[in-house]
Write a protein that binds this ligand. Structure first.
Ligand code: GDP
Ligand code: MN
Length: 399
């Protein structure tokens, strides 16, 4: 789960990381009021969306008066901000963060990620901040400083000092670097984050080290341990299909194709997507309905997949070990009777109670296309989708 910049800054600040003075606003008037409350002469208005690259996309604006802040905010609220990280549809701006402007001397990059190779938290830093990590690794890979943390002892001060010197900090600044690195590391581990990124981390003209931007991502599977983090979820920033799935406890990832997939087991779901592609189609989603799926759960999965307007055919692929084919079949029938769709549905069942499942499908009177193997199922789904498309074209051209 992602959170907003202002939320990440509040968290990091609680762990001792210095951040600019700032305040959140839900309207342009409130933004101007917040600036007056903060005081000073220059402010930065920052669109709060779950994506980076806002500066280049016009989502971060320096302002010299409260009137300017109101004008700038009026142009942000309700708009969709399109950055290189959002995709073409962009992300809605419903909150802005107003900060006292910080005088910057130099910009650095600081990131904490989970390194799967060493199975440790890895720190990645660069003295060339202000650009994305991808650009840094492409343009100045030699500037990257990497260090992994031994989990049994945590991030030690000597390690932070080493990083500080590699980044070219003067001895007088090193203590601030230690505090910042250790604060981020503790926030990362204690809150089960999978990513903490401070870009840029800045040195001000008066030699303070400040996190000017902050991003945090959390491990969804550990959110139950952190109710105060779960509460930070902002559904306005999520793919609506994925929000609906998460609310229903289904493991769903939205994709851009048009063959909807309903599968039990993550591995089988991946294999199903591959097979659809091999057969010449494009999957509309990844969906693992899990083991022991009841008819109600299968019906829920169906409604979810069908709520995606791009879906033009559905492939149900069940290998029932813990599951029962008759339950899945009942779910399919139940869902199809309810939603009354004319989208072709291909069902492949194998495993426990397969005969009973097939019987339920054939006795339902519904036009369900059945398949014996995964290859057959994928081919039939792609053929059904193509036929459906050409029929639609014929209808359109004759009407
Ligand atoms: P991002 O583009 O979404 O990563 O947003 P950032 O929060 O990183 O802001 C983009 C850029 O705006 C930063 O790299 C800074 O150059 C600039 N910026 C943001 N806040 C301030 C500030 O307080 N003072 C100054 N001088 N520049 C700022
Ligand atoms: Mn940034």
């Amino acid at each position: 789960m992602d959170i907003h910049e202002y939320q990440a800054k509040e968290i990091l600040s609680n762990f001792g990381v210095a951040v600019p003075d700032g305040s959140l606003a839900y309207s342009p008037e409130q933004a101007a009021y917040r600036a007056r409350e903060l005081g000073g002469e220059r402010w930065v208005v920052k669109a709060q969306v779950h994506a980076g690259g806002r500066g280049k996309a016009g989502g971060v604006k320096l302002c010299n008066s409260d009137i300017e802040i109101q004008d700038v905010s009026e142009n942000l609220f309700g708009k969709k901000l399109v950055t290189h990280q959002t995709g073409p549809e962009g992300q809605g701006i419903y909150r802005v963060y107003v900060e006292a402007c910080v005088p910057i001397e130099r910009e650095l990059y600081l990131g904490f990620v989970l390194d799967r190779t060493s199975q440790r938290v890895m720190i990645v830093a660069s003295a060339n901040g202000g650009m994305e990590i991808e650009e840094i690794s492409a343009n100045s890979p030699d500037s990257l400083v990497r260090a992994t943390v031994e989990p049994a002892v945590g991030l030690r001060a000597f390690q932070c000092r080493q990083i500080a010197f590699k980044l070219g900090f003067e001895p007088g600044m090193v203590q601030q670097v230690v505090r910042t690195l250790q604060g981020c590391y503790r926030a990362f581990t204690e809150l089960d984050a999978t990513m903490v990124e401070v870009n840029p981390l800045v040195v001000t003209t008066d030699n303070r080290l400040i996190a000017l931007d902050a991003k945090m991502t959390f491990d969804d599977n550990a959110l139950f341990r952190h109710p105060q983090i779960s509460e930070l979820r902002d559904k306005s920033q999520e793919d609506p299909r994925e929000s609906r799935a998460a609310d229903r406890g289904l493991n769903y990832v939205g994709l851009t194709g048009n063959i909807g997939c309903i599968v039990n087991g993550a591995g089988l779901a991946m294999a199903t997507m591959d097979t659809i592609k091999l057969a010449g189609g494009e999957p509309a989603n990844f969906l693992d309905i899990g083991g022991g799926a009841t008819p109600e759960r299968v019906a829920k999965a169906f409604r979810l997949v069908l709520s995606d307007d791009n879906v033009q055919a559905i492939l149900v692929n069940i290998f029932a070990g813990i599951n029962r084919c008759d339950w899945v079949a009942e779910g399919v029938v139940q869902a199809l009777k309810e939603v009354e769709t004319d989208i072709p549905v291909v069902v492949r069942l194998a495993g426990t109670n397969v005969e009973a499942g097939q019987k339920i499908l054939s006795q339902s009177g519904l036009p369900i296309i059945r398949a014996g193997t995964l290859n057959e199922a994928a081919e039939r789904a792609v053929t059904a989708w193509r036929n459906d498309q050409s029929q639609a074209t014929i209808l359109r051209s004759t009407s």
